[in-house]
Design a protein around this ligand. Structure first.
Ligand code: ATP
Ligand code: MG
Length: 475
């Protein structure tokens, strides 16, 4: 039975009235479709981009809409795609003519021809994204839902309008989108769909790294990113797009000694950190913090499993992974590298006695990243033993208190040498030489060790003493 539900109340925003008027003037039909309608029905808060399908020319409709708006916003036209876009009321509105698509095997760019609204809904990725609301005068606000997407919204189901094997093979990016929506919305993917993704997984190779990253980032920014990574794992897409992560899977046992499964541990860490930060790159750092563990894993008869130097190896792998996935190779990458490299440092301190000098060195090395590093280490606590869980968290609390104390007293976060190289040269009448570096280093070490205060007088006295030890004469 066709669904005749009417949502004209939800389309009160003046922009819809304007589009409706433009549609009537051009004597065509138009509909709001896709994410805006989905999120409206889910009451997910306002969706900032609006997609309009015109049964006719999307470009003409956009121009008409612009002419009816007060400020006649600029219409951006993408001729190759037959689409147009404009900004109004702080929203981005995209217009496309209804189309019918057919695909060939080599690419995800289809052959396109004009079509009906139904043709256009057929080419949509999921039933919940094919929902359309009429902007036509005769049935304004009516929901057009040929695939029963409304029911899928209420049962929380990701399902393709057509045969999933064809949908995913035609455009393999949809596999990533299915998993991303399942994660963002906390929906199930229909079993046939999940099997089709698994069957078509190799097709993901025709999708560019940039597009895959867009979806991974959205998974990472979800409330519970592990949902997405578990699905990528289940469908076997993960070893194709991020083999470094799947390499962490599994528990090995030798002579009764086991190590934890670092893949599932990592997913827990990512979920944990997501409760405490919306910083995408900190979430990336959590995802990658243990990747060095696969290549560094060793078994020793006496001490069991070790992952020596995994932080260093992991930081190097971050660069390769970023490069391979077409992630930015800029300060974001360096930030992730730094956190991976330092990811065990606070743990070592918390395990042992929390000394001032260890904390000073930690702040000195971590700099501005110290807070984020602590957040990462706290998220890293995934033990199921409640006593240990509490103990580890308490230890980090102590580290945090110490951090504050040391920071207030010693100011080593953005360490500047209190005595400059020039001053050392002038004092001892030196030309540029090894001794200058040695003295500067000795001063820094003395401050970090707590032998002297981090101020000019203490550092100047220390310099004079060191100079003497090195047999230098004052000028
Ligand atoms: P979000 O904006 O949160 O990513 P969305 O559903 O609005 O979600 P968009 O990428 O903005 O996603 O796309 C708008 C609409 O275009 C979708 O709802 C869907 O109907 C359609 N669409 C987008 N990408 C595809 C695709 N790869 N295959 C089929 N339809 C797609
Ligand atoms: Mg959208």
């Amino acid at each position: 039975m066709p669904n005749k539900k009417n949502y004209s109340q939800a389309l009160q925003h003046p922009i819809f009235k304007v589009i409706s008027q433009a549609t009537a003037e051009l004597q065509i039909d138009s509909y709001v479709i896709g994410g805006f309608v989905r999120d409206l029905l889910l009451e997910r808060g306002e969706h900032k981009d609006i997609d309009i399908v015109a049964v006719g020319s999307g470009i003409e409709l956009a121009k008409k809409v612009s002419s009816l708006l007060d400020h006649n916003p600029k219409v951006q036209i993408f001729k190759n795609y037959g689409t147009a876009m404009l900004h109004a009321y702080d929203m981005e509105i995209e217009f496309v003519g209804a189309r019918k698509e057919s695909y060939n095997l080599e690419s995800r760019n289809p052959v396109v021809e004009d079509g009906t609204l139904e043709d256009d809904q057929d080419r949509r990725d999921f039933t919940i994204n094919a929902l359309a609301l009429s902007l036509n005068e005769n049935n304004y606000g009516e929901l057009l839902d040929p695939f029963n997407g409304l029911e899928d919204l209420s049962t929380k189901l990701i399902r393709t309008p057509l045969d999933p094997d064809i949908t995913y093979s035609d455009d393999p990016l949809r596999m990533m989108r299915a998993i991303r929506f399942a994660t963002q919305l906390n929906f199930r993917i229909e079993p046939e769909s999940l099997e089709a993704i698994t069957r078509n997984k190799e097709r993901i190779k025709i999708i560019s790294g940039e597009r895959i990253v867009v979806e991974i980032n959205k998974i990472l920014m979800s409330e519970k990113p592990s949902i997405g990574f578990a699905l990528l794992h289940k469908t076997a897409l993960l070893p194709i797009i991020m083999p470094q992560l799947t390499a962490l899977e599994g528990i090995e046992e030798i002579e009764g000694q086991k190590h934890k499964d670092n893949f599932w541990h990592t997913l827990e860490v990512v979920d944990n950190i997501s409760e405490n930060t919306d910083n995408l790159w900190l979430r990336w750092a959590a995802l990658l913090h243990d990747i060095g563990k696969a290549p560094t894993k060793k078994f020793h008869k006496k001490i069991g499993w070790t992952f020596h130097g995994h932080e260093f190896v992991g930081a190097k792998m971050v660069y390769k992974l970023f490069k391979h996935m077409k992630l930015p190779l800029n300060e974001k990458m360096k930030y992730v590298q730094k956190l991976v490299l330092m990811s065990s440092r606070p743990i070592v301190i918390a395990d042992e006695k929390v000394t001032d000098s260890a904390v000073r060195r930690l702040v000195f090395d971590a700099g501005e990243e110290i807070e984020d590093l602590m957040t990462l280490c706290e998220a890293d606590i995934t033990t199921k033993n409640p006593k240990r869980f509490k103990k580890y968290h308490n230890n980090f609390k102590k580290v945090r208190i110490k951090l504050r104390e040391v920071e207030e007293r010693d100011h080593v976060r953005n360490f500047q040498p209190p005595v400059s190289g020039e001053e050392i040269m002038e004092t001892f009448n030196l030309k540029p030489s090894r001794e200058i570096g040695m003295i500067k280093d000795a001063i820094k070490e003395a401050i970090l060790e707590g032998e002297i205060a981090n101020d000019y007088d203490a550092a100047r006295n220390y310099m004079l003493k060191k100079g003497e030890e090195l047999g230098l004469k004052k000028a």
